[in-house]
Design a protein around this ligand. Structure first.
Ligand SMILES: Cc1cc2nc3c(=O)[nH]c(=O)nc-3n(C[C@H](O)[C@H](O)[C@H](O)COP(=O)(O)OP(=O)(O)OC[C@H]3O[C@@H](n4cnc5c(N)ncnc54)[C@H](O)[C@@H]3O)c2cc1C
Length: 660
């Protein structure tokens, strides 16, 4: 950026005082382009766009395969209230009260065991309004879709990691937590480009203009990568949280460049004694932009994010909004970059406005899990398993700022499911979570007394998720969860069973592995697990749920509740950490066996025979970062055994971590 008001006299200062328009003019005259196209910094952005396009070309076949199904176009964009046609379920596995339909509580389990089983049809998705008894010989798939609309399973397109497992194993190797070789290469490539354009423009110690331009030219890139509805993420099939490492890296370059640019001038004017003379309006706006860049950097350091997340969040939004006009007022020729950044930001805000739902939610405390179950019966469609939403609980009991804080939570139920609506399992880890737990207890108390049974919430999303991967297109799935990460596999298992019930899934085998520190965590989920196991049996899907009690050393000493001991088939409880490598091996072997068995099966009239080769194993993990990295490592090492991996159609991995 230039300072047209500068009265510099030294050669160094002279070059520093080069105006932006003259930089453009020089560049333009040398290559014959327009003022912007001739700009080195603009060309750097074009190069970055080219790199993004190249990545997109790699994922294009998968994207096209997914979008060949019409329903895929509307999935995972807007939460809505969909029609529930003919889902069935057993009375007793659900509470008859509105909002208790996804009931994990021990109370519900006890009630269910003492309630005679009969099937009910939720024709309009509301048990109270639409209860019609149906008989056991209805064509229901153990509690799922009964509308007899048989769909074909989705086509499968393997990822590049399956086609080139060796390359994937090398690029995926981690150098340090959170940094794979592939990721480091991307960051290195970006850094080299930035240093090249920064230094090509001139010596940053004597010419401060190029640094300013580097900062300005990277503003749209930082905005693009920082928005929730990230266009690049949509194209690449990656949620904003997966691209966040790039947003941070680009942000650091903006910070560095803006500081080199501004501090250079400050130093120079200080030596010349011209500081006060230079403090004209456009320079003051430059300082405003500098302060914003510094706030964006310092208040987003990991320590601040961990200790004072609201400070990070609000300062980040405010500084990001102010830096744009401040930059344009500082130097008018930066306007194209400012407008591009603003357009990306407004696009995201407007889309988020359209995605935001203001509704009521039911709260239920689950003390054994240290979790609050929040269910929104009015929203029951529009997301994909694995996606998350951002939640605001609009109650003054959440504290002075608590009601305005937006927290991300993975959706624990499947869309168009059994009438539970959107369910979140929110662990109380900090102040906000504890207040939510208090509110849940209070809500239950009021509910019991006929008082306030619900809270108002703002739900924003859905975001993230499996991207271009279609989980139902694999032959088998291994889902690994740690602690509160259980939301993620719950939604996936339910979605796979829902799809299996109408022939829209290839998944024949599902392994759900859950690590917990306390074995009593199982009890609240037991009714739900039991129901999933029953539905899996009815839909011909092999579901095995394995609970690992990480604090126990001997499986014989794991003390199960009487209710848990009652469930035998499909559920195992063991001591220690899950042996991920052998679990994956056994899922792969079983997938091959199951596939061979289904090959020998003769289809009935109207039923299609499946393809003769298995379509891979999907491995999903959710929980602490260390668990995610363990899973990734196991999959990578497994991938190195190319023959074995190829025989099952590949093993592909997706990890969700509760943080960034
Ligand atoms: C994509 C994603 C999905 C998640 N899904 C779940 C889930 O299904 N169930 C679950 O129990 N937890 C989930 N989490 C974690 C959950 O969002 C945090 O535990 C919660 O926001 C903590 O808030 P707190 O103030 O109670 O705790 P604190 O102790 O104040 O915060 C704990 C940590 O959470 C982070 N954090 C705090 N506030 C926010 C915020 N507003 N936005 C983002 N991060 C924040 C901070 O970095 C901090 O280190 C998810 C997180 C992410 C990023």
């Amino acid at each position: 950026m230039s300072y047209t008001t500068s009265q510099a006299t030294t050669p160094a200062a002279g070059s520093a005082a080069t105006t932006l328009s003259s930089v453009d003019a020089d560049a333009a005259s040398s290559d014959g382009g327009g003022p912007l196209t001739g700009n080195l910094y603009f060309l750097a952005d074009v190069l970055l766009l080219g790199a993004a396009a190249l990545f997109f070309l790699f994922v294009l076949p998968r994207a096209v395969t997914r979008l060949t199904r019409l329903s895929a176009w509307s999935e995972g964009l807007f939460l809505r209230s969909g029609s529930r046609r003919g889902y069935t379920q057993s009375v007793g596995s659900q509470s008859s009260k509105e909002g208790e339909v996804f009931d994990y509580s021990e109370r519900s389990y006890a009630a269910r065991r003492h309630t005679p089983q009969r099937r009910v049809n939720y024709a309009n998705g509301h048990p109270a309004r639409s209860l019609t008894t149906v008989t056991d010989d209805d064509d229901s798939y153990g509690g799922f879709v009964t509308d007899r609309v048989h769909r074909s399973p989705p086509a499968h397109m393997p990822a590049w990691s399956t086609i080139f497992p060796g390359v994937n194993a090398r690029l995926g190797a981690t150098l340090r937590p959170g940094h794979s070789i592939g990721r480091v290469l991307v960051l290195l490539g970006y850094a080299v480009l930035m240093f090249f354009v920064g230094l090509e423009g001139g010596n940053p110690f004597v010419d401060y203009v190029p640094a300013g331009w580097v900062g300005v030219s990277q503003l749209p890139v930082a905005f693009l990568l920082g928005t929730k509805n990230n266009l690049l993420g949509v194209l690449l099939g990656k949620g904003y949280e997966k691209l966040n490492f790039l947003h941070r890296f680009v942000g650091r370059f903006v910070f560095l460049a803006v500081n080199v640019h501004s501090l250079g001038y400050l130093y120079q004017w200080n030596i010349e004694g011209t500081l006060s003379r230079n403090l004209v309006p456009n320079i003051i706006w430059g300082f405003v932009a500098l302060i914003c860049a510094d706030i964006l950097f310092f208040f987003s350091l990991q320590t601040v994010r961990e200790v004072l997340y609201p400070l990070f969040y609000f300062s980040h939004v405010l500084a990001a909004v102010i830096i744009l006009p401040a930059t344009a007022l500082h130097e008018s020729s930066t306007t194209p970059y400012v407008v591009a950044s603003l357009a990306l930001y407004l696009f995201d805000r407007l889309l988020r406005l359209a995605q935001t739902r203001f509704t009521h939610a039911h709260l239920r405390a689950i003390p054994t899990l240290g979790t609050v179950q929040l269910s929104i019966p009015t929203l029951n469609a529009g997301w994909r398993a694995g996606q998350h939403v951002r939640l605001k609980v609009l109650s003054t009991r959440m504290g002075w700022w608590g009601w305005a804080e937006s927290h991300p939570f993975t959706i624990a139920s499947c869309a168009n499911g059994e009438g539970e609506g959107l369910v979140l399992l929110c662990k109380s880890t900090g102040r906000w979570g504890e207040r939510l737990m208090e509110l849940a207890r209070r809500a239950e108390y009021c509910e019991a007394g006929g008082g306030m049974p619900r809270v108002r919430v703002l739900v924003d999303g859905p975001f993230g998720g499996p991207g271009h991967a279609v989980i139902a297109s694999y032959s088998a799935a291994l889902l690994v969860a740690g602690g509160s990460g259980i939301s993620y596999p719950l939604a996936i298992v339910e979605e796979l069973l829902r799809d299996a019930s109408c022939g829209a899934s290839r998944v024949r085998l599902i392994g759900l592995v859950w690590s917990v520190q306390d074995v009593s965590s199982l009890d609240p989920l037991l009714p739900h697990f039991t129901r999933l196991l029953r539905v899996a049996r009815d839909t011909g899907t092999h579901l095995r749920i394995s609970l690992f009690h990480t604090r126990a050393t001997d499986s014989y000493n794991v003390k199960l509740s009487p209710a848990a001991r009652f469930v035998r088939e499909g559920l195992t409880v063991r001591a220690g950490r899950p042996p991920l490598a052998s679990l994956l091996s056994s899922v792969v072997d079983r997938a091959l066996e199951v596939h061979k068995a289904s090959d020998a099966w003769t289809p009935r009239a109207g039923e299609a025979r499946e393809s003769s080769s298995p379509s891979g194993v999907f491995v999903g993990a959710c929980g602490p970062r260390a668990l995610g990295e363990d899973v990734e490592k196991v999959v990578r090492l497994f991938g190195a055994r190319e023959e074995h991996t190829r025989s099952v159609g590949g093993v592909e991995c997706q990890v969700e971590v509760f943080g960034w």
